[in-house]
Design a protein around this ligand. Sequence first.
Ligand code: GAP
Length: 508
Amino acid sequence: MSEPALVPIPMEDLVSLCKRRGFIFPASEIYGGINGFWDYGPLGIELKNNIRDAWWNDMVRCPPIGPDGEPLSIVGLDSSIIQNPRVWEASGHVAGFNDPMVDCRESRARYRYDHLYVLQHKTKSELPLFAFLEGDPDYVAKKLKKQGRGAKLEEFDTLALADVDDSLRPRVIGPDAKEPGTLTEPRQFNLMFKTYVGAIQDEDSAAFLRPETAQGIFLNYKNVLDTSRVKIPFGIAQIGKAFRNEVTPRNYIFRSREFEQMEMEWFCAPEDARKWYEFWCNARKEWWKSIGLTEGNLKMRSHDQDELAHYAKEGAGTFDIEYRFPFTAPGYGELEGVAHRGNFDLTQHQTHSKTKLEYFEPETKARFVPHVIEPAAGLSRGVLAILSEAFTPDSDRPSGVYMKFHPRIAPIKAAIFPLVKKDGMPETAQKLYMDLRKKFPTQFDVKQTIGKRYARMDEAGTPFCFAIDDVTMKDQTVTVRHRDTPRVDVPERISLDKVARYVTDHIS
Ligand code: GAP
């Protein structure tokens, strides 16, 4: 795939296409929606499943080749969303999975403290300090303009709300407020969703929806070790829903309250952990490239000491694989974290559950608690990165845009179009369709002009369309229309009986 254009695509155009074509809808839309929740439509679920299946195949069924030239050993798992609540005490989530938040007494809105910034005028100290959510400086410019102050952004310094001097706090106007001084002091807010198990709702029956899939893996580490023939180093992988009561869900599906993760815990000897950490950082970045993200849009970033999660402090750090999302451009946002968790989690569960979670090395007779390297990817964020990457404006096409998905993850692989609804063309097309639909997602469409049918497939990102025309009726060949290079003077023709093979070869 070619390198991306420098100008980021407008986010509203992507959101509108996703709604129009049935990729993503707001959850509970007919009731006015619910903040931080999204539904995947017919094309969206195919796309999401394809990314999920690619990850599962490339991590579990056919994992990468290790540094010694041998295939790695990774097994799968599907653990419960609700676990014994003591799990989250041991994991550190009850005490440490907090975000600082501030409330606005005027608008009743709630914000992540560390996402709030203010613009402070460089010279006019009488001006109030307008707070805005990270990544939204236009908001402040508009607000000042409305008040006839004609603000120019370059006249202001931007600083984090946390860095605003205490004496100036009463002059800060919240993002949705009119009056200054309505933002409260920050308070810690636990991100886990709480529920109750059984008929009685009290503190003894309280439980949590999992905030990460990872803990289910640590809980089953011993079960897997005792029942499968894995030996260290090995991995356990899981894909599934995670829930976080985010203070400020935003940027479409980037930060939502219900989302999916694709996580793998790699158990290894302590002395090998550093080597595996580097291996997985590189392997995971390459994987995202293999399904269509371009090098120029990806960046590796090491966490600073003060932003490390509680578990990663025990290990040697965390690398984020970041993607240049339309709303972060020219900056980047986290797509996947690769964390060196040390032996933090297994040791914690060993202590809290009083169950030995050591590994016994038969050759050396050594006993140790394995160290863990964790590539933790967001499936929902992966969908957003892939959608952003694929969105390709093209004013020469009737659709004005096409979705340049890697054929492996395109929701629909092929479309079959009879040129006209007569002369035996629909029947021949139908026969081809009945064959292809057994092999991969295929669409058959006889309605409207062929141009409109191509336009619809361009927006769905279908890599190949096959047209049945009058020549087909004579020589049993069809035209191939390639989504990315549709305007060729002499269209490619292949024989009807080669179509299935052609698509299979191109999507693998
Ligand atoms: N087990 C480690 C862990 O959960 P994380 O960095 O908190 O680490 C891993 O989450 C990935 O899950 C992130 O890189 C991101 O892609 C995704 N993720 C986290 N919070 C999310 C949210 N609120 N909405 C969508 N995706 C999220």
